[in-house]
Write a new protein. Structure first.
Length: 254
């Protein structure tokens, strides 16, 4: 997307102001800060954004400084205000020579096949992957995924507890699109606030973002709130949830 004239200058000035504070922050936080910065300028600037979204200046600045992350619903509203397709939010963004680039995220290479002793796997770890998932059953049609060792260092998880499941549908778009391999930590079922978990819903496996409340209840949120509704689960009903595990990564680390 080319940007010219005053819009290009505003984006460049904003980068000069906010990008120094991104140093030392993780890659995911920097990526979100850059998107908020660009969307703010594309939407017409700070005053229009805070008025349209009901934010205050400090909140918007914290997003652009990378100090805090906005909710996915806020990102979606920003994209709509800036007239940027929502599906672009799942891409990697960059700005160079007056052009905003929306690049498809890099998915860690995975070789799907039965593990074989003749493979040269010195720099890879083999974990189970499921192509034909049957919810509610312990026996799944298993293939295998050979994942580069460097990927595990970024996730900080034990490969022994990791499974790969293919996402279906668009309920978690733009964070997770259909067909994307999801890396699921089956040892983590504690429903941490803000994290994405995979649930066995009987007829299908569904991914939802968790929001916790002080009364002990939780909200299971789709990221695609335009097409899907959230589900509120009372504290007494949490034991009935069939949690498969935490989704650590899909097309990017979550």
């Amino acid at each position: 997307m080319p940007v010219n004239g005053e819009l290009r200058h505003r984006i460049e000035r904003a980068l000069a102001r906010f990008s120094p504070s991104w140093e030392g922050r993780d890659a995911a936080r920097r990526a979100v800060a850059l998107k908020m910065l660009i969307l703010c300028e594309l939407a017409g600037g700070r005053l229009r954004v805070v008025d349209a979204l009901g934010l205050n200046d400090n909140t918007l600045d914290n997003y652009r400084h990378g100090k805090t992350e906005p909710r996915h619903s806020t990102l979606n509203m920003m994209a709509e205000l800036a007239e940027v397709p929502i599906e672009y939010l799942g891409n990697d963004w960059s700005v160079e020579d007056g052009v905003i680039h929306f690049s498809p995220p890099e998915i860690p290479p995975a070789g799907f096949s039965e593990p074989s002793p003749v493979w040269d796997l010195a720099d890879r770890t083999v974990i189970p992957a499921y192509e034909d998932v049957v919810p509610g059953q312990s026996s799944l049609d298993t293939t295998w995924a050979a994942i580069p060792e460097g990927f595990w260092a970024k996730l900080s998880v034990d490969p022994e507890n990791m499974r790969v499941v293919s996402a279906s549908g668009d309920s978690m778009s733009p964070t997770i699109v259909g067909g994307t391999p999801m890396f699921v930590d089956i040892s983590d079922r504690k429903l941490e606030d803000g994290s994405v978990y995979l649930f066995d819903a009987g007829a299908e496996l569904i991914a939802r973002r968790v929001q916790r409340f002080v009364d002990g209840s939780v909200e299971l949120l789709p990221d695609n709130l335009e097409r899907y509704r959230s589900q509120h689960v009372l504290k007494d009903g949490l034991a009935e949830l069939k949690v498969v595990g935490r989704v650590c990564a899909a097309s990017r680390i979550l």
